[in-house]
Design a protein around this ligand. Sequence first.
Ligand code: AGP
Length: 606
Amino acid sequence: MCGIIGISSNKSVSASIINSLKKLEYRGYDSAGIATLFEGEIKEVKSEGRVDTLEQNFDLKNLKGNIGIGHVRWATHGKPNSVNAHPHSSHNVSVVHNGIIENSTILKKYLTTKGHVFKSQTDTEVIVHLITENLKADDLEIAITKTLNQLHGSFALGIVFKDIPDLIVGARRGSPLAVGYGPNENYLGSDSYALKAMTNKITYLDDGEFCIIKKDQVLFFNEDGIKINKKILKLSSNEVSYEKGDFKHFMAKEIEEQPITIKTGIKEYIDKTNSEINIYNFPWKISEINSITLIGCGTAYHSCMMAKYWFEELTKLDINIDIASEFRYRKNRFKKDSLYIFVSQSGETADTYAALDLCKRNNMKTCAVVNVIESSIARDANFVLPIHCGPEIGVASTKAFLGQILILYILSLKFGSLRNEINKNTYKDKVKELLNLPSLIEKSLLIDNDIQAISSTFNEVKGSMFLGRGFSYPIALEGALKLKELSYVHAEGYPAGEMKHGPLALIEDGMPVVVLAPRDNYYKKTISNMQEVIARGAKVLLITNKSKDEIISENIWETIEVENTNEDLLPFLLTIPLQKLAYYSALKKGYDIDKPRNLAKSVTVE
Ligand code: AGP
């Protein structure tokens, strides 16, 4: 997905647009561009690569104009290059776009017959020429309404017009878009993060709406082109800094922040004086819910998997999980007594948002577990459980994963207690143990040098395996995902008990295999699976918890012991070394850790 910014001001906008684009680069960074209006002309500059490259290629300080739009791209149609970079412009219209226009081919054919000439391979360019064509016959609001109705698919748009040099049009369908209000200027942005440096007053567009932004006025319209009023929200001025501080990367900072973010999450939901979990304003009676379905993508899906184990351990509820991009097209059997929980750090992931929309259209109970509380998923779900991790900038999710599983664990405990499916003492003991989690994480973070030393091994081979059983299996998948997305090497998370059904054939001399085997109910079985791979030449990195019992196996390449705690909480601690393993592997390869290739922080397209 991509990042959009637009500013209509009483002064030059290029510097502010550049600053905002740099904040938006976590949404996409394979090309960047700006267009401003100055002396009756559209001034468009764009190039492949980062915003820094744009600054090197063009003298942006002298890019004049009090109205402008900017864009950072994550390519969907057309290679990342300067031709396909946004903005896209005709002689009198310039557009930046986040989303996918599904009927772009048909529209392109129609517009070509009207004499329009296309320069790029993008779907976005059809928007430019369609508006240009519609403006020939209609005034602005009608032309915009007509154009939006002709587009199929998703879009967040910023549009400027050579012949109407005092306004920007924004429009939203399926991709997030916000308006910000400043002194003698107003803004358009993909999310509040891009606007926070300039304002804390925000309005979010809803699907189908468009807006007209002038330096001293903002108007909103519904999909029929009828003027509407919208709420202005005051953003929380959370103190968590958006800067790296002394850390080399945001990811390193966010790994080390985890004791704080977990402490914040605990504080938000647990009254430690009486060891009680408080989930305020839960809109349903517990008796109304007899099954739960958890839905997410990527790391958020691993959180759903983790939650399934806890809910099954602590309640008798029927628990289902699904990957959002699968769920949204499945022939789902919707039941009245089901609760659907959507897990998403950004709250903007298109597949997860579409799954939420499907459930809402079937009048299901919907709950969002998100980090960005102003996000679309948070706004559209019936109920929100924020994870309170502060902004997560590194594309590879770390603190948000631990924040998600914390809230889901807390929820499973609360459900178990309210349904009288765990006894009161057990409930209280587990809540008390949870209070120790931040310090346990702090200690686990100290395991650093050992991991640094072995991390390069994972770079020098064609692949590795991450194995776990039970509570450790979702963590094995998460560890493998981290290594893949940061070091670009193949890594496969697998249930330890499943290796003998095929993947054991992959094991060869010197292949690194991470085995998660905490001293839980699965320990002995996992150790025997570990011996099966050692016997075939694997270099096993065993990650377990401290114990007075000796480890009953030989020829283990390396062992890492995390702090000991109750079984429920071990997944939190096992995750830490895996996050660091991926981080140090990528660091040794010299890769861009906060912005890995081909990825983006929030995938707001299918
Ligand atoms: C995780 O490290 C990845 N960045 C990715 O899998 C991510 O978890 C996924 O895209 C879901 O994003 P969300 O949590 O913002 O919905």
